[in-house]
Design a protein around this ligand. Structure first.
Ligand code: HEM
Length: 212
């Protein structure tokens, strides 16, 4: 495979590396917080944040390449599928820690969440599962390009809104939760700007780049 950024892993080894780092980070966060429910809460918070970073990388990859073509943005776009799957792995760890917490301390669990959040969060997990399952050549071919684009466009925007809502509702507890909200809004704006640029008439010689 073409090495676009020397030294950086690509493709499936990249997914393996990020997954291993996520598991190691979760184990470390659990241990450093003293294990038990405090450890599980640390894992939930950590994976909410790693999920956001990985989601943003996959969500903004094409727009960044269109707006600023360079080696790093080419690397991002070429590895978009693996970054999206790494986001799914991160959120799976989020879910595993949530299930553990609910089992270990149901009273604390219901203090931290509501039935409404479980319904909207559950829907987000269905979307993540559908997008992850159709992120392989064979499953994507089975779905067909039109349905694939519809699922991944709608799904990714639903997830963007989910990240905005889950972070924005915590702003009263800490203004820092405004940062992820701003980052997701910026990613949506970048995608919009890239879509506008796509409609501009092509400058001679740029057609090849536009195909990426
Ligand atoms: C059934 C589904 C879900 C449940 C039950 C759930 C539960 C929780 C709980 C209990 C916390 C608080 C942990 C603590 O403060 O100790 C939390 C944090 C969080 N969750 Fe989830 N979650 C779900 C799905 C999601 C989804 C789909 C997203 C995003 C798309 C998300 C994003 C977040 C964020 C941003 C935080 C705050 C992390 C921080 O403090 O930085 N969650 N979740």
């Amino acid at each position: 495979m073409l090495k676009l950024v020397p030294g950086l892993p690509h493709g499936w080894p990249l997914l393996g590396l990020i997954s291993a780092l996520l598991l190691a980070g979760a184990g470390l966060a659990y241990g450093l917080a003293g294990g038990d429910t405090a450890g599980l809460r640390a894992v939930i918070r950590l994976t909410a944040r790693t999920s956001l970073v990985l989601f943003l990388a996959a969500f903004a990859a094409s727009a960044l390449l269109r707006l600023a073509p360079a080696a790093p943005t080419r690397w991002l776009r070429r590895n978009r599928r693996q970054l999206g799957l790494a986001f799914a792995v991160s959120h799976l760890i989020h879910l595993a820690a949530i299930v553990q917490l609910a089992g270990r301390d149901p009273a604390l669990f219901w203090q931290l969440t509501t039935a409404g959040s479980i319904v909207s969060g559950g829907l987000a997990y269905l979307v993540i599962a559908a997008m992850a399952a159709t992120s392989f050549d064979r499953s994507a071919a089975w779905l067909g390009p039109r349905a694939w684009r519809a699922l991944h466009w709608t799904g990714s925007h639903f997830l963007a809104v989910s990240f905005i809502v889950t972070n924005a509702k915590r702003i009263p507890a800490s203004a820092w939760y405004g940062l992820p909200v701003a980052l997701v809004a910026l990613a949506v704006a970048l995608r919009f700007a890239a879509a506008l640029r796509r409609r501009e008439p092509a400058a001679p010689g740029l057609e090849l780049q536009r195909e990426l």
